[in-house]
Write a protein of this length. Sequence first.
Length: 234
Amino acid sequence: MRARKIRHFTAYFSENRTGNRKSQSVYFREEESKEHVSFPSEEILDRVTRLLDRARFRDAQRSIEDALQRAPDSADCHYALGLVHTQLDQLAEADRAFARAAELSPADYFLPYRVERTEFEHLVEQALRSLPGEFRRHLQNVEVAVEDVPGRKLLLDGGIEHDILGLYQGDTIQSGDWGFPDRILLFQRNLENQSPDRETLLKEIRETVLHEVGHHLGMDEAHLEELDDDRSGD
């Protein structure tokens, strides 16, 4: 599936990073014979992604449904439709779209591995226990919460992306006020969308928490990769 996304935002509630992003126009080029249409499916996917990032869910739905009328066999378009349904909390419809994308392009897409919330929370606990001791020592001061996807208010106020995997909320240690991460949000459906099986889902949860906490401890990517090899902790 598409590249995984981990983003960390500090005190998103005090800033507005939404910005003004102009929607990219999409053009359909018809050959003179009128028998062949060059359809920019990746442009459509990018456009739908931008609409979802700006919480324009119905606009995104209309855009992708129109695109699928023109290109019913586009794996990118079916994947984009799955993203829209995910954001609209229409999971069965989302998985039908993802399954169609996987059928059309199995090298690029797959059917997400889904679990109930209680099972997901169990996987979160398992992932937390597997973190290096350097991290686990601080987890008593951290709330780890789970939501399906970022909601409209979070998208608009926080300026984040709709398919973000995790979000840190609170102060950093560099702020001078030692209040270790107040809250880490994990977005279950987005993490599932990156995972074809249980093992991958557990790995995605663990890596997301590791990055969200690690970056706010001032660690760079090289340090995080080094710690990631230490699965048994201290």
